[in-house]
Ligand binder design. Structure first.
Ligand SMILES: Cc1cc2nc3c(=O)[nH]c(=O)nc-3n(C[C@H](O)[C@H](O)[C@H](O)COP(=O)(O)OP(=O)(O)OC[C@H]3O[C@@H](n4cnc5c(N)ncnc54)[C@H](O)[C@@H]3O)c2cc1C
Length: 461
């Protein structure tokens, strides 16, 4: 498996026009709602605002092009996941609110699928669920604990269930599988097709999207860009991993990089061994997250965290191709599936996702200042952005729905530490996760470094 010939670009972008194709803002405008960022958060918010309130005027300002950020580059797992798990939600808000939130997330997966179908967006949607394989007894302990925790706090047995070795191996032909978990609340999709289709669905309802129109300054009721200023009763910040680039937000959220590779399309014979017949998305129980899907055209799209955090929360296209991280992702892919040793890697890429200091996503509004924002999904935003968009639309229009009282509304983030502490702390956390995985693989016993990493992220209960 060679990386050298792989193109540094998201596989998904082969199927869309990933360049600036829309006009940029070239005059002053006055609208009801101005949204900054044309990723899933911004576009879902625009979509629900216009679908439910066609008279509202909505403009989306995007600094690059639709789907330039994480929304056009991700692993295509549309799944119901809270970054710190249901136990932390229950600790923060009580078990019944935790279950209510998780049920809203479960429903949002189907909502994404049905909007894609209703709007005629072919994003290669396949609701095959989410598979996590256990590849050691330690992993199996974690699988049992996860299922017990979900049921303890009130999720139904069918929301996530334990798999024995035979069933798990039947789903995924990876090495050393001894069991796992499966949840029906997840779909695989082609994210760039989804985000571009959603942008068109917004435009067909009258949303104006301006590309190459970076928000430079956000003031009371105004967003300034190089080409003009938008005055709006409500301004929505939907910039996730890029938030630290906005004036006054250096320490609101950090950009963490996640990287992926894609193989060439694999033969049917190989897939007969590899499984994923229903295109379940898959991962495992190591500390440093890995994630994969079988694409509609029969490739593996496979990724992992672990790239270094860049000093000063910097983001650069030069970080997208990271030789060391991509080699490590290929090593893990081959460890799981040695049959792929002759397969070609055709694409490799990376992107920034947003992490708030306490790892808790939120949807919030400040009516006095005419500002709203959502984000902090820490790499679990493909479905969650849909729920965020629905919540933001209801909050902005003062619709009294069940969504506007979900426990993530108006959560207040702590700010990140100033540099160089931020750089030291985050990279130390990544080192701990890697060290924990290496030690657990060697000894089969849980590593304390994993616990320290959890504590640093605020996963305490
Ligand atoms: C490699 C990778 C794999 C991932 N895999 C998964 C997965 O499988 N499942 C999952 O649930 N999540 C995954 N995620 C996370 C998920 O993609 C994100 O949580 C989600 O897409 C966030 O959407 P968003 O709209 O909030 O942010 P983004 O998609 O990042 O959009 C923000 C937009 O704001 C724009 N912007 C920034 N600054 C400005 C400005 N000043 N003015 C105007 N526009 C601006 C950016 O250009 C960008 O287009 C992954 C992320 C990455 C990077």
């Amino acid at each position: 498996m060679k990386l050298a010939e792989a193109r540094v670009a998201p596989l998904w972008w082969d199927a869309v026009d990933a360049s600036v194709t829309r006009a940029s803002l070239d005059r002053d405008l006055s609208v009801d709602v101005a949204i900054i960022g044309a990723g899933f958060t911004g576009l879902w918010t625009a979509y629900y605002l216009k679908r439910e309130h066609p008279d509202l005027s909505v403009v989306v300002l995007e600094k690059d092009h639709v789907g330039f950020g994480a929304s056009g580059r991700n692993g295509g797992w549309c799944h119901a996941e809270y970054p710190l798990g249901i136990g932390v939600l229950a600790h923060d808000h009580g078990p019944s609110e935790a279950v209510r939130f998780m049920q809203a997330l479960h429903a949002t997966v189907d909502e994404v699928g049905s909007v894609m179908a209703d709007e005629g967006i072919d994003c290669h949607w396949a609701k095959g669920g989410v598979l996590a394989v256990a590849r050691s007894e330690l992993h199996m302990d974690r699988a049992r604990a996860e299922v017990e925790e979900a049921q303890h706090f009130g999720l139904a047995p069918e929301d996530v269930r334990l798999l024995g070795a035979a069933e798990a191996r039947g789903m995924l032909g990876a090495t050393d599988v001894v069991g796992g978990t499966w949840s029906p609340h997840g779909a695989a999709m082609q994210p760039a097709l989804a985000v571009h289709g959603l942008a068109q669905a917004c435009e067909s309802r009258g949303v104006v999207i301006c590309e190459a129109s970076a928000a430079l300054e956000i003031g009371a009721g105004k967003v300034a860009t190089a080409g003009g200023t938008v005055s709006a009763s409500m301004i929505v910040r939907a910039t996730e991993g890029f938030t630290s680039g906005l004036p006054g937000h250096k320490r609101t959220m950090v950009p963490l990089y996640s990287h992926m590779v894609a193989t060439e399309p694999l033969s049917d014979d190989l897939w007969a061994e590899l499984g994923l017949d229903n295109r379940a998305t898959f991962g495992d129980f190591r500390n440093l997250i890995i994630y994969g899907q079988r694409t509609a055209d029969g490739r593996f799209a496979f990724g992992g965290r672990g790239a270094p955090y860049h000093f000063g929360s910097s983001i650069s296209p030069s970080y997208d191709g990271h030789d060391r991280v991509h080699k490590e992702i290929v090593r893990v892919l081959l460890e799981l599936f040695p049959q792929l040793s002759d397969a070609m890697i055709t694409h490799r890429w990376g992107g920034a996702l947003g992490a708030p200091r306490d790892w808790r996503p939120t949807v919030s509004i400040d009516r006095r200042r005419g500002l709203a924002w959502a984000g902090g999904y820490v790499g679990d935003g493909v479905a969650t952005t849909n729920l965020a968009g629905q919540c933001l639309a209801d909050l902005i229009t003062e619709t009294k729905s069940d969504l506007v009282t979900l426990p993530w509304i108006q959560h207040k983030w702590k700010t990140w530490e100033p540099e160089p502490l931020r750089w030291v702390g985050i990279n130390a956390g990544l080192w701990m996760a890697k060290t924990a995985d290496a030690s657990e693989e060697r000894t089969g016993k849980p590593s304390r470094w994993g616990d320290v990493g959890n504590w640093l992220r605020g996963k305490t209960r």
